[in-house]
Design a protein around this ligand. Structure first.
Ligand code: PEP
Ligand code: MN
Length: 264
């Protein structure tokens, strides 16, 4: 298989326009769950940069559990996220949910995110594979490691070798956390595949004060980076406020993470 370590023994480094993922550094992607408006995304980009993130995250097309919940700003959201990222010298990662939006997302984003709910949307995987863009592939809500690897294979078989695995927790019987963050996936994916893997302690736990400890554990597990939700005012965030870090807590987390990164 194209994604297997056997096929390609060396680590693959995904180069996002100069930001390298999988080269031994620890890359941080930070930003709001949803892009809410220009002022919010500008302020969040400033925060992200101040903490040392190099990639801005943010959803413009949101996979919400309820059809009545905020669905995202669409192209307007992409536009202002690009503007904010450029203002602070950041790259952009954002989710695409639908084949119909691939072209517009490619216009504004540097990395296409495939959300957990679409890990096995095979036609979507093929379509994003064809774009040649770096793809951040989240683990499915109840995805096994083998299913996740096969999902990546759907992308790779299209000639795309810029895949970044994202461990974001899986559903188990536990309800005290939003998901069960499966850190063993990091060394396991590294053993089975040559592509980089980053962790998402925000969706992995769903609880803001668990994010820092699990981010640190992510570094210790050998992850190539993390994607984390931050917000200037988490209490009033339009989505995932309960797992988003405010500026003070984000900066504190980054300080602690950097100590571990330097020690690794
Ligand atoms: C997100 O990144 O905001 C998101 C919806 O994540 P997931 O697909 O992992 O639930
Ligand atoms: Mn979210």
């Amino acid at each position: 298989k194209l994604t297997s370590r056997e096929f390609h023994p060396q680590d693959t480094v995904v180069d996002v326009d100069g930001v390298k993922i999988g080269d031994g550094s620890f890359v941080t992607m930070a930003g709001p769950c949803s892009v809410e408006g220009e002022e919010q995304i500008m302020e969040t980009a400033r925060m992200a940069k101040a903490g040392g993130a190099t990639i801005l995250r943010g959803g413009a097309y949101k996979p919400r559990t309820s059809p009545y919940a905020f669905q995202g700003l669409g192209e307007e959201g992409l536009k202002i996220m690009r503007k904010a990222a450029d203002a602070y010298g950041l790259k952009v990662i954002t989710e695409v949910m639908d084949e119909a939006h691939i072209d517009v997302v490619c216009e504004y984003a540097d990395i296409i995110q495939i959300g957990a709910r679409n890990m096995q949307n095979f036609r979507l995987l093929e379509a994003v594979g064809k774009t040649g863009k770096p793809i951040g592939l989240k683990r499915g809500i109840s995805g096994t490691i083998q299913e996740w690897l096969n999902a990546a294979e759907y992308i790779a078989v299209q000639g795309n070798s810029k895949i970044i695995f994202i461990e974001r927790g899986i559903r188990t019987y536990e309800t005290a956390t939003r998901n069960t963050f499966d850190l063993s996936a990091v060394p396991l994916i590294k053993k089975l595949s040559h592509f980089p893997i980053i962790v998402d302690p925000s969706h992995g736990t769903g609880v803001w004060d668990l994010v820092g400890p699990m981010a640190r554990a992510g570094v210790a597990s050998g992850a190539d980076g993390m994607i984390v939700e931050i917000h200037p005012d988490p209490l009033h965030a339009w989505s995932d406020g309960e797992q988003s870090l405010n500026e003070k807590n984000y900066l504190k987390m980054m300080e602690e993470v950097n100590i571990l990164v330097d020690a690794m």
